[in-house]
Design a binder for this molecule. Sequence first.
Ligand code: HAS
Length: 553
Amino acid sequence: MTQTVIPGYEITTADKRFIGQHVVVAVLALAIGSFFGPVQAFEYAGVDLYPYLEPVFKSYYQGLTLHGVLNALIWTTFFITGFFTLTTIHGLKRPLLFPSLNRFGFWTMVVGLVLTASPILLDQATVLYTFYPPLEASWAFYAGLTLVVVGSWVEGWGFFLTWRAWRRDHPRRRTPLLAFGGLLTMAMWQIATLGVAVEILTMLLPWALGLIDGTDPGLARTYFWFTGHPLVYFWLLPAYVSWYSMLPKQAGGKLFSDSLARLSFWLFLLLSIPVGFHHQFVDPGVAAGWKWVHAGLTYAVFFPSMITAFTVIASLENGGRRRGGTGWLGWIPKLPWSDPSVSAQLLAGILFMFGGIGGLINASFSVNAVVHNTAWVSGHFHLTVATAVTLSFMGIAYWLVPYLTGNALWNRRLAVVQTWLWFVGMTIFSTAMHSVGLLGAPRRTKLGDAPYVPDEWSGHLLRVGIGGAILLVSAALFVFLIVRTAYSRRPVPARVEIPQAESVHDPQQTPAWLDRWVPWLVATVVLVLIAYGPQLWHQIVTMDLSSVGFQPW
Ligand code: HAS
């Protein structure tokens, strides 16, 4: 099938409806999942609400599973695929080549979500979002997650085929940055998810179906983290797409460097995957040498985020100075803080600086032994996925939902308040989690059942509860504002434009090697084979499927 470019192709009502379906599922998942986060935070502070939630919710761990799966896996994946549908179409200025392929991908994800969520709600998949065996879930949980991943692959194929058709028509043009970031993220995702696909299809699903008696937990963890670490960049890169390609425009400026933006995305493709052993530093069965290699590569994957910090802040400075800012820092107050979309992303970036530094501490082979499996790690990922990513997605939603519905954002001021509440709540919550983690408080643990909780933890645990309460208000406000906007029937005063930043330099001046896929893909596969091949091969040939499953809660 050939398809010609439609000059100045505008996103149609059907496209908007399709993108909107992704947002609806995402926000629904966030709304339900977010409820359980604060319930856990209250439990830390000594207020256990689970007895009141019975008989629907049997345990703290069932709520924790729901929180992790719905917020970390579902809210993100649906929002990301919907957002990338928009960035692909708008960036390339052409419709999806095979819209029915993308629709098939979306509905596959929806079926997967229903299959995943049902056993969790029935307390038959209380295995947390990492689903480490020998914790055992119903087969439907594993089959559902597989479908969510396969659906996201299919949506990615739809984007790649659309890009290929664009490339045929524009052999010498640089891929527009807005589309490029999404395409690269989806390419990385296809390679990264092979780990979890092999884990589920060769081990967990046959085991849950009773076809094999046991699993090999060590091998399962290696497969899981093959996917699990790049998963965090699958979450982060869509926020970076917005920070690079949209936020400078929203801030009234231009992107400081198209080349640096692309370089950082390519480095993420190259380095996101071969770092998974930094989650297994304390695991037996993985040779120390490979842990060192992954620790070194983890320091390397820090670099593209440093490039991002430099480039995005330089672009914001460009915007702040155009708006009249002077002096070293006088441009910061001139940024449009009264735009909730902007305030959300700026606040997300500020907290991410601290989350990133914490990441380096986690990555240090020896220091990791102090923080691993403590509340410190939960503090880290609430600054990253729950703030850099989630607060940025909220900021995107503040222009996206008006754009999709044609309704004005209901109460912009309240939306700005919501973003600050998230910032304040998360600052209190995550500093307390980091601190109590350093004092030895474990993660993934109902403290109410612990035989002994040291007195020195109590102040921090109280602050966890206070931060959680503020976050609950903020999350509820976000959902309320989005639903109210969708149904407000108050049309936007002027047409909402998709913010698309221009670059200071013409993107055509970006070196051609920053727009060539093959060398980067080959280098990525080679590096993954070197960093994972020998250790994975060793674990596969020594596989011992003797660990029987159990459901402790
Ligand atoms: Fe991490 C554990 C290391 C980033 C998520 N991480 C986790 C877990 C999650 C997670 C979910 O090495 C727990 C998994 C589990 O359940 O066990 N992480 C890192 C490192 C980075 C990092 C080195 N993590 C992330 C991101 C995540 C995420 C991003 C989600 C999206 N992490 C680890 C390690 C562990 C770990 C170990 C295992 C711990 C253990 O023992 O279990 C780096 O990629 C971070 C680089 C970031 C920066 C910050 C750059 C700052 C920017 C902001 C610019 C500011 C702006 C605003 C734009 C260098 C870009 C300006 C505003 C103005 C007003 C001017």
